[in-house]
Design a protein around this ligand. Structure first.
Ligand code: PEP
Ligand code: CO
Length: 459
């Protein structure tokens, strides 16, 4: 893509950009709908429905990400590889909040940094796939691309992309975010009541004692401060939660791209933080064109094939004003490649003074398939990629600014390893993910307890 690399002021819409200017460009990973008239009807409806998030929230998140870019805050982003419509129910949503809250508490306490919580939820319904079709027993059908596009069952009716699913996805996202907001507003995240966030089986976890002790000591500190100051620390009752999803399905994203009164620019109001996936970040592709014009803070996944020149080009195309908080690189290089790839990427960005938040996704570069054909990730590799990333960034004069996990608050067996010792044989026991393997509760908490040693602020 020949993007104009001229500097634009913050919030200004770049020249020659519009919410549909991506359309003439090659758009990877898009479904082929049999009936374009139906698609147009659905998009027109989506374009009229109210936004799911507001520009105030988006700007607030951008400020916090700017603080993380300066090393003051830390980003915790996590959730399912792909949300499913069936999981849009109260317990599943509450447990996604609980695990992120518990992890963030451990991080705040251990790392002495404020934490930005971004869920991979309320919109993570479209997935990139390695093949367009799947063949079983001689029958070839379109692959499953996420609940926003088609269904996972293997029949022609289920696999044919159905545009009305975009409306169902928008509605499920709205229901999810409504429930999250209500829980938080109602005091669910109140630090005075961490018992709200307990997950049923925490007592059996190898990390239970450490976590319970930490919660107890936070409660003591709160009570001490309140006695000392004579007032309830009301601000502490509120925590922010932001939403994110891969901005893959461009017609859906475009339909929710709006102007708002008294602010410059175009906002994607379907989520706070959309990101570009590793498979759709081609410089001349439609996704880069769409993302360069919206004013949300955005992420771009970068895998081992990215070159330092490409990383620089991405930062210029997606953040021409070099605004801190605008652009996060979610690097997913893999434990085996991070040492040979990351230093040159960081060096190129530092030499040109580009503002980037470095957020390690230690999941997607460490996916492997067992001898039994099950997709998994090894806890050791995940932890190692985090450790190496933090060290490399610090050696280059930068810092690890965030982490991006695929996780669940449930005790599934999808990734192997960790203190609770999930083995390859256990993978068959409780493997629920339709797509990528997620960290379970124990594995996620083990990483949260480990991370402060990598990112702690002195003091
Ligand atoms: C994902 O985050 O689920 C994903 C597909 O990641 P990536 O774009 O890094 O491969
Ligand atoms: Co994934």
């Amino acid at each position: 893509m020949k993007t104009s690399l001229a500097t634009t002021a913050t919030g200004e819409t770049p020249a020659s950009w519009s919410p549909e200017s991506w359309q003439p460009r090659p758009a990877a990973q898009q479904p082929v709908y049999p009936d374009p008239v139906l698609v147009r009807g659905v998009l027109a409806k989506l374009g009229r429905l109210p936004p799911l998030v507001t520009s105030w929230e988006i700007e607030n998140l951008k400020q916090q990400l700017a603080a993380a870019t300066r090393g003051e805050w830390f980003l915790l982003q996590g959730g399912d590889c792909s949300e499913s419509f069936d999981d849009c129910e109260s317990d599943a949503i509450a447990s996604k909040l609980k695990i992120l809250l518990q992890m963030s508490l451990v991080l705040v306490q251990g790392a002495r940094k404020r934490v930005i919580r971004i869920g991979r939820f309320a919109g993570q319904y479209a997935k990139p796939r390695s093949a367009d079709t799947e063949t079983k027993g001689g029958l070839t059908l379109p692959c499953y691309r996420g609940d926003m596009i088609n269904q996972s069952g293997f029949s022609a009716a289920e696999r044919t992309p159905d545009p009305s699913l975009m409306l169902r996805a928008y509605e499920r996202s709205g229901l999810t975010i409504n429930f999250i907001r209500a829980l938080i507003e109602g005091g669910f995240a109140d630090l005075h009541h961490p018992e709200n966030w307990n997950l049923g089986f925490v007592g059996n976890s190898p990390h239970a004692a450490e976590y319970t002790q930490l919660v107890h000591s936070i409660g003591e500190s709160l009570r001490f401060m309140e006695t000392l100051t004579g007032c309830v620390l009301a601000d502490i009752n509120r925590v922010d939660f932001f939403t994110s999803h891969e901005g893959l399905h461009l017609p859906y994203e475009q339909a929710q791209t709006r102007r708002v009164p008294r602010r410059e620019g175009w906002y994607n109001l379907s989520t706070h933080f959309p990101w570009i996936g590793e498979r759709t970040r081609a410089m001349d592709g439609a996704h880069i064109e769409y993302f360069r014009g919206i004013v949300n803070p955005i992420g771009v996944k970068i895998g081992p094939s990215v070159t330092p020149d490409e990383a620089l080009e991405l930062s210029l195309a997606l953040n021409p004003a070099n605004e801190p908080g605008r652009l996060t690189f979610i690097h997913r290089l893999g434990a085996a490649k991070v040492e040979s790839r990351l230093p040159a990427l960081v060096d190129a960005i530092q030499r040109h003074g580009r503002q980037i938040l470095w957020c390690c996704d230690p999941m997607h570069g460490n996916t492997e398939t067992t001898a039994d054909g099950i997709k998994t990730r090894r806890f050791e590799n995940i932890r190692r990629e985090l450790e190496l990333s933090a060290r490399i960034l610090a050696d280059c004069g930068g810092h690890l600014g965030g982490v991006h996990f695929e996780l669940t608050g449930d005790n599934v067996t999808e990734c192997v390893g960790g203190a609770a010792g999930v083995t390859e044989a256990d993978l068959k026991r409780d493997y629920r993910s339709q797509l990528d393997p997620r960290l379970n509760y124990d594995q996620a908490m083990e990483l949260a307890l480990f991370l402060p040693s990598l990112i702690r602020r002195p003091g």
